[in-house]
Design a binder for this molecule. Structure first.
Ligand code: ADE
Length: 231
């Protein structure tokens, strides 16, 4: 799967893209991430990509010309990609949206900075708009990484064990929160691992996990219990 990220700060991604699972997937050719510096499309001797808003007000607005030209140049390359603009005004990202995004062969992620985008960027390019939550980040870069990070988990073979992403919380296969997990040692400062997990009784373990998952969901996220699976 291919991701193109359009940003004023491509360097932000280098540490993230070098992390283990993702860098291995990139090495194996399962994931391709291309970074595009919006500033390369800046016009004039000042290489401006942002300007003050018409009508006044604080902050700077990303200019229509460099952004539209950069997107069009990236879109000109096949295969056609789904264009996504990261913005707090967008549709809220959740696992259903992630599953939908993972069906695309290519995602083009446009990151904003400053106070936002010139409205004509949206009018001309008609991107899907996505927000990662009801809070305001300094820019779309962290949101773009969030999209990439959640989508790549669903690429067959990415995790090594395809089952693990099917079992992820919030997915179509499992709307409930994860159950508690334990590893060695069996006892730490009098805190013991639940007996059932050491029993070797796989049915009892599965039952316990399901029950813990349900109790945790009821306690913390009751809304998920009425969440009907999609048909
Ligand atoms: N850019 C700034 N805040 C954002 C958010 N919450 N989601 C996506 N992009 C953003």
């Amino acid at each position: 799967m291919r991701f193109d990220v359009l940003t004023l700060f491509p360097e932000i991604f280098s540490g993230y893209l070098g992390q283990s699972l993702l860098s291995k997937a990139i090495e194996r050719g399962k994931v391709d991430v291309q970074l595009h510096d919006l500033r390369r499309w800046a016009k004039g001797k000042h290489q401006k990509v942002d300007d003050r808003p018409f009508g006044g007000g604080p902050g700077m607005v990303l200019m229509v010309e460099p952004v539209v030209e950069c997107v069009e140049a990236v879109q000109a390359e096949p295969p056609p990609g789904k264009l996504i603009l990261l913005t707090p005004q967008g549709r809220r990202l959740d696992q259903r949206v992630v599953e939908e995004l993972a069906t695309h062969e290519r995602l083009i992620l446009l990151c904003g900075r400053y106070e936002g985008f010139d409205q004509r960027i949206l009018d001309i390019l008609q991107p899907a708009e996505i927000s990662i939550g009801d809070f305001v980040l300094n820019g779309g870069e962290v949101a773009a990484m969030t999209v990439i990070d959640s989508v790549v988990r669903l690429i067959p073979g990415f995790l090594g064990d395809d089952e693990s992403s099917i079992q992820d919380s919030f997915s179509s296969g499992n709307r409930w929160l994860e159950c508690p997990q334990y590893t060695r040692p069996r006892v730490f400062r009098d805190w013991e691992v639940p007996e059932v997990l050491l029993s070797g009784d796989h049915e009892a373990i599965a039952r316990w996990r399901r029950e813990q998952s349900f109790l945790r969901t009821r306690e913390r996220r009751e809304d998920l219990l009425d969440d009907k699976p999609e048909v």
